[in-house]
Write a protein that binds this ligand. Structure first.
Ligand code: PSU
Ligand code: MN
Length: 336
């Protein structure tokens, strides 16, 4: 693969996404690490395409974000998603990797950090993912803390997740969110979700009860000119979680195996998740998919509420009257 010709835009925004944003219709960004590094094949592709379909059916334009042949892309095509989900040796691209992978013309799956950056740059306000990066156990010695944290402190998007990756030090991560001025808001709960389980055992200080209420918080953040992301923590349905009483044992066994094999750094997440999947006979994978579905749904609802509130603000400013509660998003365009 060669480098980019000088005329190539730094970021490619798909036509469908650009048109929706220009029209004020709802758009939700989706990350690609989830299908390039997070989920096993062939389920990864099915989940990536299902998320896009789910959004379209709700009248929301999906914008899957990734790097294709060196082009940071907001709104990968179905062919590109298919190609990235099957590619071997593809890079996991956090924000610091973005210029390198772009310059070298490589393919990459973007993490929460890189996806949030690209989504915001394209003008997308809402991003749905599974679990965020955060503070690893032993970080006070290893310094292993995800760049998701510092990036979210400087990127005013909204990220819907089911908490942080299950293998992380959740208490320490919540402390870092506080230090970095990143609001963490439970969706209809004050219990911070634990990704595979509804309740991590940690509390957050606020909750919102509806997509409209979440949209109000986001609008307030924007009016204040604050640069931080708003995190919406959306727990998995309790009926679909992993048995909470089994989780500690599952995590401890996965960690012990990683220690035994000396697996560290960014190889540790894929290894641990795979261990957890084997240990649970595949149940963790089903929960992971369910968690993502719930976050995609809620992201779509929040994006729709934000689009409606922007529309009513525009109507109010132009002196036109607005039918209370009426604005609905026009159907999504399905063309590329
Ligand atoms: N959640 C998972 N698997 C993953 C990730 C999250 O269940 O692979 C990815 C996300 O893209 C997140 C990234 O942004 O891991 C964080 O990785 P790191 O800790 O290396 O920054
Ligand atoms: Mn790390």
């Amino acid at each position: 693969m060669t480098g980019l010709p000088p005329s190539t835009p730094a970021v490619h925004v798909a036509g469908e996404v650009a048109r929706a944003l220009a029209d004020g219709r709802p758009v939700v960004a989706l990350e690609s690490t989830i299908f390039t590094h997070g989920l096993p094949r062939p389920r990864n592709l099915a989940v990536a395409l299902e998320a896009e379909r789910q959004l379209r059916e709700a009248g929301v334009v999906p914008a899957t974000v990734g790097v294709h042949a060196g082009v940071p892309t907001v709104g990968l095509s179905t062919d590109q998603i298919t190609e990235l989900s099957a590619a071997d040796g593809l890079d996991k691209v956090s924000l610091r990797d973005l210029p390198v992978v772009a310059a070298l013309g490589r393919h990459g799956g973007t993490t929460v950090a890189a996806t949030a950056f690209l989504a915001h740059r394209a003008g997308i306000r809402v991003f749905s993912t599974g679990g965020l990066g955060g503070v690893h156990f032993g970080a006070s010695e290893s310094f292993d803390e995800s760049a998701d944290l510092t990036t979210l402190a400087a990127t005013p998007v909204t990220v819907v997740s089911a908490g942080v990756k299950s293998i992380l030090d959740i208490r320490a991560t919540l402390e870092r969110f506080e230090t970095l001025n990143i609001p963490v808001i439970g969706y209809r709960t004050r219990k911070y979700p634990g990704f595979y389980v509804t309740d991590s055992g940690h509390e957050v200080n606020f909750s919102v009860g509806s997509p409209e209420e979440a949209a109000k918080v986001i609008d307030a953040r924007d009016r204040l000119g604050l640069p931080q992301a708003v995190l919406i923590a959306n727990p998995v349905d309790p009926a679909k979680q992993l048995p909470p009483e089994e989780l500690d044992g599952i995590l401890a066994r996965a960690r012990a195996e990683a220690d035994r094999l000396g697996i560290t750094g960014n190889a540790s997440t894929p290894f641990l998740l795979d261990q957890i999947r084997r240990d649970t006979g595949g149940r963790s994978l089903e929960v992971n998919v369910e968690v993502y579905r719930g976050n995609v749904r809620l992201g779509g609802e929040i994006a729709t509420a934000l689009a409606a509130s922007a529309l009513s603000a525009t109507l109010a400013a132009s002196g036109e009257s607005e039918t209370p509660g009426a604005p609905t998003a026009p159907a999504a365009q399905t063309g590329a």
